[in-house]
Write a new protein. Structure first.
Length: 127
């Protein structure tokens, strides 16, 4: 899969880490976007359901912090979204700093597949 190749080569992560990390980002988008918006992303990312299935459960304290930060609104909601991913990235043996390295690669890939509109939908959650 092209996205996994981009992640493994640009970020020096294993294919399992690339798949799980991308899956966590797409899973977050699936939770935060309307069904119609997410369907536009899913239409341009082949194998998106496999990626989501490979994502570890984020669970734990990071999810609680994410929920709290989301309740504050504004940019705090975005920070809450990203904080909620930290537990999942940790389970992939990736530190939380890798989240911000995954996002531009995933956004660039989605833009290359579906253009600015589809990238914009994903950026609403990750951006």
């Amino acid at each position: 899969m092209e996205l996994l190749n981009m992640l493994t080569s640009q970020l020096n992560v294993s294919e399992q880490q690339a798949s799980g990390g991308a899956g966590l980002l797409f899973k977050l988008a699936q939770e935060k976007l309307s069904d119609g918006e997410f369907a536009q992303i899913a239409a341009v990312v082949r194998g998106i359901n496999d990626l989501i299935s490979s994502a570890p459960d984020s669970g734990g304290l990071a999810s609680a912090l994410g929920g709290f930060a989301s309740s504050l609104g504004g940019s705090s909601a975005r920070l809450g979204n990203l904080a909620s991913l930290a537990g999942g990235f940790s389970k992939l043996n990736l530190d939380a700093g890798m989240i911000t390295r995954f996002i531009p690669v995933v956004l660039a890939f989605v833009k290359s597949q579906g253009g600015d509109t589809v990238q914009g939908l994903l950026a609403k959650v990750l951006g």
